[in-house]
Design a protein around this ligand. Sequence first.
Ligand code: SF4
Length: 147
Amino acid sequence: MGIGKKIMTWARIKSPWILHFNTGSCNGCDIEIVAALTPRFDVERFGVILKGTPRHADVLVCSGPVTRQIRERLIRIYAQMPAPKFVIAVGTCACSGGVFEGCYNVMGGIDTVIPVSAYIPGCPVNPQAIIDGVVKLVGSLEEGKSA
Ligand code: SF4
């Protein structure tokens, strides 16, 4: 691994920047994602910072199943993220479609549209599980598994 890539990997491990995107969630998982970012659970202590644009994000945190209406936007947002990029599916709906599976307006889980690096099941997922998923993803980067 070159020195430039080493520095980039080190920076991503020390401070992964995330973008939260609701692809069709009932908002239950979104409330828990927001809670994970509040001072009570304080995901920032791991260097995780919420960004407002995909162009600055390393990790896309998706909640909900992918609706037919949001599919193109999800593809566009993923394409706008700089590589290497990672996707976390938060909640059973994001992992597999969940209770919305089979609905006429739903494609399924996030991985039916874009590649997913980590799955965090639950309905809704609690903030501790979200933090655990992010820490495990960062750990796998450290071991060079997904970078
Ligand atoms: S997993 Fe549960 S809480 Fe989360 S979006 Fe699906 S139905 Fe809502």
